[in-house]
Design a protein around this ligand. Structure first.
Ligand SMILES: [Zn+2]
Length: 311
């Protein structure tokens, strides 16, 4: 089955969400929703069900080695944290102010943001991840974003969220609340997996794989650059910049089938880290940033980061 919607895809309607079915996994349909403007799973679990899952189980079950491994890749990951913070500073007009990260995980982005002059505050529902970050001296509220707002989270100049929107049943409500937590001139920086991307479609057609990126219930929403920008625009924000990371699907197109083999996936991840770090070692990190900027403009790259300003 193709991940792109065929001409006469069956349509599904659930609680006002409706559109053609573009995928199916784990008993859930993925539909290209006319109301939301992006692809998402139905039926959606309740926010309360999800809150329990992410408070106790996510880092313990879905990501058992993530907290232990997070340090190892940090030299590489910091490149992209700095890219995002530079883009935020350009949009904001300064590298200072209160930055709130929703879903701050182990806190590495907060640490990098603080080192660059921001007052960095994390919101993280996972008890394990919040404790890890607090243990490194970071300010992290161990709550959902909605709970943190109800408990006096300060106004923000910047709100960032990386790999959060794809997990939650109510991303539009969350983004609206985040927008309202900023004054005019505030900057939002959102990063999501870039899904149903041209390279995924090409790799899927070549390999005959089922669409491997469809993973409900952990991934409920599927964005690309265009649908993320459209959502931000609908919420009254103005998208001003796009960033991305290495287009991992290029490995599939070149014959490295990491979908079939996790060990190949690890090797591909090491190779893309080598690729990115080589530019920095040669003192030409600006070339990597321009390369990825050009890919993002074409809708390509493993992640879609969009920077948007509140007018
Ligand atoms: Zn919808």
């Amino acid at each position: 089955m193709s991940a792109a919607a065929p001409a006469r895809a069956p349509s599904v309607s659930w609680n006002g969400h409706a559109g053609p079915v573009v995928g199916h996994a784990n008993g859930m349909d993925i539909l290209s929703c006319a109301r939301c403007g992006f692809r998402h799973a139905v039926p959606l679990p309740s926010p309360a069900q999800l809150a329990r899952e992410y408070a106790e189980n996510y880092y313990a079950d879905a990501k058992p080695t993530y907290l232990a491994d997070a340090d190892a890749d940090q030299r590489w990951a910091r490149l992209f944290q700095v890219d995002r913070l530079d883009a935020i500073a350009r949009a904001l007009g300064r590298s200072a102010g209160t930055l709130v990260e929703i879903g701050s995980g182990p806190g590495f982005f907060l640490e990098t943001a603080a080192a660059r002059g921001f007052t960095a505050i994390g919101v993280e529902p996972s008890r394990q991840a919040a404790a890890f970050a607090q243990g490194r001296g970071l300010t992290v509220h161990n709550r959902t974003f909605a709970d943190a707002l109800a408990h006096g989270l300060p106004r923000a100049d910047v709100i960032a969220a990386t790999n959060v929107l794809e997990h939650i049943p109510d991303p539009i409500d969350m983004l609206a609340a985040a927008r309202d937590q900023m004054d005019p001139g505030g900057v939002m920086c959102l990063t999501v997996p870039n899904d149903f991307s041209p390279l995924q479609i090409a790799a899927q057609d070549g390999k005959g794989h089922a669409p491997w990126w469809i993973a409900p219930p952990h991934h409920l929403n599927y964005f690309d650059f265009d649908s993320l920008e459209a959502l931000l625009t609908r919420l009254g924000l103005k998208p001003v910049d796009r960033l991305t990371s290495f287009p991992m699907e290029a490995f599939l197109l070149m014959g490295d089938d990491y979908v079939a083999d996790p060990a190949t996936g690890k090797a591909c991840h090491r190779r893309r880290m080598n690729f990115d770090l080589a530019f920095e070692a040669a003192g030409i990190g600006d070339v990597r940033r321009r390369l990825y900027g050009a890919l993002a403009a074409a809708g390509i790259g493993r992640e879609a980061t969009v920077i948007a300003v509140k007018p």
